[in-house]
Design a binder for this molecule. Sequence first.
Ligand code: GAF
Length: 393
Amino acid sequence: MPPDRPTSPLLPALLAGFQARFGAAPTTLAQAPGRVNLIGEHTDYNDGFVLPCAIDFHTLVAARPRSDGQVRVLALDLDGAGDSFRSDATIVHSRTAPWANYVRGVVRGLQQAGLAPSGADIAITGNVPQGAGLSSSAALEVALLHAWQHLQGLNALDATRIAQLAQRAENDFVGCRCGIMDQLISARGQAGHALLIDCRSLQARPVPLPAGVAVMIVHSRVQRGLVDSAYNERRAQCEAAARHFGVPALRDVSLDRLQADGAGLEALAWQRARHIVTENARTEAAAQALAAGDLVAMGRLMAESHASMRDDFAITVLAIDQLVTILQQAIGPVGGARMTGGGFGGCVVALLPQDRVDAAREAVARQYRAPGGEAAVVWVCQAQAGAAAGPAG
Ligand code: GAF
């Protein structure tokens, strides 16, 4: 069970910032983690399988209800930037503050779900690296929804519903047609486990991370560019391929069918579809390998996944490919590495025996530089529980 009251090293600064901006103490605290995906990339919006875990970076929200319908927001990490709007009127986009659209989108989602969000004073802080592909935006959406759920006692909002509302805020308001993986793992993560999530049924099976295995995240320092447009384009290509086969989603296409009936698809769409079809199979196999503690099989599946993202789905960049190769060579056959997240930069995830961590770290420090000359940043993370909210006092 998640703790009732979030505990975070970021808490003292958040409480002080809230008090200074709003002249009172918050009544509610909510916390939601970022995520790393071990395997299963771009499969979520194809109704397929993913295998992420929540990580020990999080977003923290402090809140206090207001009776006048006003929402006032303080972004502590953005030099104290602010936003304000009404919770009981039509909510429009902020043109000047893109970050504020995540807050506005969440409140709009609550309105659309008929949950009549109250006014509130809100302060936000966090340590999920931004623009790294570790789901800082999903963590923000999920933490905000937990805060409103606690403020208003919205018992109908369970973790899955929260994830769905968060995804909807991002799809309908922010404009990225993401799947549900990031929001779902942020809401439902389990300490010490990855979750094998079936993105059609939204059922999730916890898969314990084997003892002695490290989850390493390496940030390439290549900031993800044009992410939303390229992401939405991949999604449109997958949907077109599903229409070609007359199925609701590529989840329903087998490799045999793709090979037998895919002739009418143009070459690029066929390759995109092959990534999804093979990635789904790899993800289910990876959950089994991980549960069995078979790091050799896991490493092979991760290598195949990366090659498929590079060659068929075309979402890697050269620096990321180089980083993956460096890690694969340093780790050897027991464990593996692959790009994680939406692509076009961001992070690589590696699974490896604890006693190989130093060697992998050193290899990255010695052999890798981003195109701008920056060294990579390495984190070894622990799988965490999903979001929680509770009273501030
Ligand atoms: C991003 C999206 F938000 C997820 O829904 C998922 O599609 C991922 O890219 C790729 O697997 O994180």
